[in-house]
Every structure is written in C-alpha cells, then in structure tokens.
Design a binder for this molecule. Structure first.
Ligand SMILES: Nc1ncnc2c1ncn2[C@@H]1O[C@H](COP(=O)(O)OP(=O)(O)OP(=O)(O)O)[C@@H](O)[C@H]1O
Ligand SMILES: [Mg+2]
Length: 310
C-alpha cells in the first residue's frame, strides 16, 4: 500500500495518509490545518511587507476585512506561527516580533491592554490605574521588540456604546502613533466602518478585502489542491463544471463553508467506501453541519481577561 507509486493522484507528501485506516483518515480530515490559496497568500505577503517596513513617524497600518468565515483569523494565526517568539540569551526575555490580541467582546480600553499583555506572556497586574496599565503595556511591547501589533475581531468594538467606541478608537490610535510599528486590524466589514469613523485612522489604514470566492480559475485552483491532499484512495474530480458549480452554490463562496462542505463529503466518501469526490458527492442527501452552512458563527474562543485584585 505504501509503495511510491500508490495513490499517484495525491501529492507525494500526502500519499501515506491515504493508506491509514478509516478512523485515522477521518481524524486527519477533521484536524485543523492551513491551506494556502491566492487571497490568503496575498494577505500574508502584505503582512510580511509591513513587518520589514523601516520605522518612521507615521507607520502604515493594514485592515484585513471580509465576511465571517473568510479566513481572517487563520491568516493572522499563520502569520504569527511564521514569526514565533524567540528567547534572547542577552536580555533574558522573549523577543516577540508579532503580538496578536483579540479585541475584547466589550470594548474596554483596559481589557485591550490586558489582552496584549497576556499575549506577551506577562503576568496579571494587581491593582493599578488605567494609565499605569497602558504604560506597562507600552514598555512591554518595546521590551519584547514588537514589530507589529495585530488586533483581531475589531468589529467587536461595535458591541460597545458610542462613548466606549470613541475611547477604544483613541486607544487604537495611540498604539498606532506611539509605538512607530505597524498596526494590523482584522474583522468584518463592520470593523472597516468602525475605523472609518475616525478620520485619522481611516487615512492611515490600507484595506485588504478578502472577497468571497467566484467560480473562477482561483476557485478551481483551490479545489485542485483539495484533490491533491485529501486522503482518498481514488482520484477525485472536483473541477468539472458541475462539481464546481454545486460547491460554489452551496457555500456562496465563503471559505469556511467550502472547507466544511468538502470535509463532510470526504468523510462520507471514506465511510461509504466510495473513496472519491465528484459532483454527486454534493447532492441533496449530504448531511451538512448546520451551523457552518446556515448561520453566522461567532467563534470568540476568548481568553478571560485577568482581573485586577483591587
Ligand atoms: N487558509 C485556510 N486553511 C485551512 N482552513 C481555512 C483557511 N481559511 C479558512 N479556513 C476554514 O474556515 C474557518 C473559518 O476561518 P476563520 O476563523 O479564519 O474565519 P474569520 O474570517 O476569522 O471569521 P470571523 O469573522 O467569524 O472571525 C476555519 O475554521 C477553517 O476551517
Ligand atoms: Mg476570526
């Protein structure tokens, strides 16, 4: 089963997975992984470019926005993994080029600093004024040598009152101005609208729109890469006109739905013994996970901000 020429329809690095027993193949299908495609690659390249930008008074900032499930958080996490913290023997502290924090579900300035500090591995502060937490956050960002701050779920800011939003935008503006490092925000279109309400930020931010997939060559490319990695024992056909059309229609071109649909159909193909995907795999009898297909899922996966003792 594992000879080199077995499963020639798969990418050589993925052939061995097709030889695994069914339950292991299903676990493989369900596992979290990164799959690169045109738009995500372009967003990563944009981030990479910002990271090497020389410091100057007005650093450019970037907003990555798109519908829920378009893969914004995936891109942010991938970028973070590509630039992991390194322990410095000289200073005895972690050098952390990329600091990622989620915008708290209620836009409270203090929680933002705490999210940032927690993502730098700093212990919780006990007692202290807001000004002091802000100061410590700022000096910690310098100590770890942060070269970029990424705030995810910036649309969460809109959950606050108008006044909270103004304060929060001020805090973001402060981070962008004070540290002389690029600030990246990710969120839905609401995030874009929120940033636009601050003229100074609006001018500073460049926007990168993660657009829903069209049924075009890029989409065919994505489906082709699925064909090459899914642990099925026969060659699939996902790029015939009919298969493409069905997948596109059932998912409205939203990345998360496409991934979920294909994963579900793949599990089905393993369990049924069909061992390949084609247009018929996406018929009406496929039992789809409801949440990812019909609802806007808000996965917050939040770290609970540490409480100050006082
Ligand atoms: N590059 C990718 N590789 C693998 N899976 C991906 C990729 N992009 C998106 N996905 C799939 O889509 C799902 C949603 O992606 P993600 O959480 O990044 O969306 P989001 O744009 O941050 O959505 P939200 O606005 O709801 O936070 C992921 O859990 C994953 O299954
Ligand atoms: Mg997200």
């Amino acid at each position: 089963m594992t000879e080199d020429n077995a499963f020639a329809h798969l990418d050589p690095a993925y052939r061995r997975f097709a030889a695994l027993p069914d339950d292991e193949r299903i676990a493989w299908i369900r596992a979290d992984r990164w799959i690169g495609f045109e738009q995500s690659g372009a967003a990563l390249a944009r981030l990479e470019n910002l990271l090497t930008y020389p410091p100057r008074d007005r650093m450019p900032c970037l907003l990555i926005y798109g519908e829920t499930g378009m893969g914004k958080t995936k891109i942010v996490r991938k970028f973070e993994r590509d630039h992991p913290p390194k322990f410095s023997q000289v200073t005895g502290v972690d050098h952390r080029p990329v600091v990622v924090a989620q915008v708290p579900s209620e836009p409270i300035e203090r929680d933002l600093y705490r999210e940032l500090m927690a993502s730098m591995g700093a212990p919780a502060m006990v007692g202290g004024t807001l000004a002091r937490e802000k100061d410590i956050c700022r000096s910690l960002l310098r100590t770890v040598g942060a070269k970029m701050i990424i705030l995810d779920e910036v649309n969460g800011m809109l959950a606050g009152t108008f006044r909270q939003q103004r304060i929060f935008l001020n805090a973001i503006r402060f981070l962008a101005n004070d540290l002389r490092i690029p600030l990246v925000c990710a969120g839905t279109d609401l995030a874009r609208q929120a940033l636009l309400t601050d003229a100074q930020l609006a001018e500073r931010f460049e926007a990168f729109h993660l657009k829903p997939w069209q049924n075009d060559a890029a989409f065919a490319g994505l489906l082709k890469s699925f064909e090459r990695i899914l642990p099925l024992r026969s060659a699939s056909d996902l790029i015939s006109g009919e298969a493409r059309e069905r997948i596109h229609k059932q998912t409205s071109g939203v990345t998360a739905r496409i991934f979920r649909l294909i994963e579900t159909a793949t599990e089905d193909a393993v369990q049924s013994g069909k061992e390949r995907l084609d247009a018929h795999s996406f018929g009406d009898n496929l039992v789809l996970p409801l949440v990812s297909m019909t609802q806007t899922v808000r996965r917050r996966g939040k770290r609970v901000p540490q409480r100050v003792g006082a």
